[in-house]
Ligand binder design. Structure first.
Ligand code: PMP
Length: 443
């Protein structure tokens, strides 16, 4: 199978890094928080299969919900029709997300959920007669997906550079990250200068800006950059002041990942739009949703007016199997009190990270709930990174695989997002493997 994989499958980001070119593991099965390869070797799924399998694999309640739905209808279009799980799920999403979000637009993955939000925000202002509001603001290290629209609001040079001629221009402000801050100031005393950058831009250009799109609390693909306390609330305050919509991209942070159901809850922020995917089905099916306020929805009601209709609809929008899985996912959160059970796991991770912080080549450890980033440095005291060719992050992840843990590097940031269903002991074991791998590669 490995040979056929190499012959026929084009993997995302293949050959970007040394480590991707090494033999791919082919996964034959999965159970709980473990993945099992074709040779029967077991691995901890340390990235929840890219943030999605929050309750682990083969959860009986999700399995059952999908099987039951299969016996009814596997798919039907949402264009002019609806289906029971999609309706039920929309009602429940409105209930669990922050106040004010009360319309759900379905799509199929995180990128399209954000793409939908951008198009809606643009069109909303057109309908309101504010024709100049055509631009977006995002953060310099933003990642919101791989479609042309979402790459346009992204800022990670690696994903961005090659497509530059295709992209629309976006205003970007510095990413908030105390460890990388150019001012090298503590958030407690700097007065959130990173947020002040937004005020400076909007004071001058708010009439041209439709929306700001942001990953609340944690910029994931940027290497788990965590915003300082108060930043998100400040961004909400400023965007509101200047009549700029706030799109909270909770594709990665949603569904318990940060220790709360949604990252916006950490600072009591109510965005105008929220995008969800990844954990929405507990890792079983592709599904995404863009939630908006009634105010935004109302601006699209125009009877048969061509100008007002929101022209966007996917074939698999609101797929009943995916929605049934998502309903089971939400039921698990309630019945198994998932959020309430996270505190000891988060604390156990924090204790292990404290140990790791002391390692000679660990520059920074960052944690928000069960989102973990460990940044390697060649010289941690002078903050001198390893040269790119050293591929230190990739080497640590390869070493961890030898010890039975699947994790990923983002440059030299080792990232770990264990399933929320992991026990305290399993989290400690995973982090111990990371610690050992870092020591063996860097010391
Ligand atoms: N937004 C954020 C914050 C993400 O982390 C991601 C995926 N890593 C996306 C959007 C895109 O989601 P998808 O890969 O499902 O298209």
């Amino acid at each position: 199978t490995e040979r056929k994989d190499k012959t026929f499958v084009w993997h995302p980001f293949t050959q970007m890094q040394d480590w991707a070119a090494r033999p791919q593991k082919v996964i034959a099965a999965a159970k709980g928080i473990k993945l099992i390869d074709t040779e029967g070797k077991e691995f901890y799924d340390g990235v929840s299969s890219l943030w999605v399998n929050i309750h682990g694999h083969q959860h009986s309640k999700i399995d059952q919900a999908i099987i039951e739905q299969l016996g009814k209808v596997a798919h039907t279009t949402m264009l002019g029709l609806s289906n029971i799980p999609a309706v039920e799920l929309a009602e429940q999403l409105v209930e669990v997300t922050p106040c004010g979000l009360n319309k759900v637009f379905y799509s199929d993955d995180g990128s399209t959920a954000v793409e939908v939000a951008l198009k809606m925000a643009f069109q909303y202002w057109q309908h309101k007669g504010k024709m100049k509001k055509q631009k977006f603001i995002s953060l310099q290290q933003a990642y919101h997906g791989d479609t042309v629209g979402t790459v346009s609001v992204g800022g990670i040079d690696l994903f961005h550079r090659v497509f530059k001629p295709l992209l629309f221009s976006t205003v970007q402000i510095p990413s908030p990250s105390c460890y990388h801050c150019q001012i090298h100031s503590e958030s407690a005393i700097c007065g959130l200068q990173c947020a002040a950058a937004l005020e400076a831009v909007l004071a001058e250009h708010h009439e041209e800006i439709a929306a700001m799109v942001i990953e609340p609390m944690v910029q994931a693909a940027a290497g788990m950059l965590m915003s300082p306390p108060g930043y998100l609330a400040k961004i909400r305050e400023i965007t509101r002041k200047y009549d700029v919509l706030l799109i909270a991209d909770e594709v990665a942070t949603g569904f318990g990942r940060t220790g709360k159901m949604f990252a916006c809850e950490h600072e009591g922020v109510e965005p105008d739009m929220m995008t969800l995917s990844k954990g929405i089905t507990g890792g079983y099916m592709p599904l995404a949703a863009t939630l908006t306020t009634d105010e935004i929805y109302q601006a699209f009601l125009g009877g048969y007016s061509e100008k007002k209709t929101f022209y966007h609809g996917h074939s698999y929008t609101g797929n009943p199997l995916a929605c049934a899985a998502a309903l089971a996912n939400l039921a698990i959160f309630k019945e198994e009190r998932v959020i309430e059970g996270l505190a000891p796991k988060i604390e156990a991770a924090a204790a292990k990270l404290k140990e790791m912080e002391a390692l000679t080549h660990v520059g920074s450890v960052r944690q928000c709930g069960l989102i973990i980033g460990i940044e390697l440095m060649q010289d941690k005291y002078c903050k001198i990174p390893y040269p790119w060719e050293a591929a230190s992050g990739a080497s640590v992840c390869c070493k961890a695989r030898e010890y039975g843990l699947i994790i990923r590097p983002i440059g030299d940031v080792i990232i770990c997002m264990p399933p929320l269903a992991s026990t305290v002991e399993e989290i400690e074991t995973m982090l111990e493997i990371i610690k050992r791998s870092i020591r063996e590669i860097t010391e």
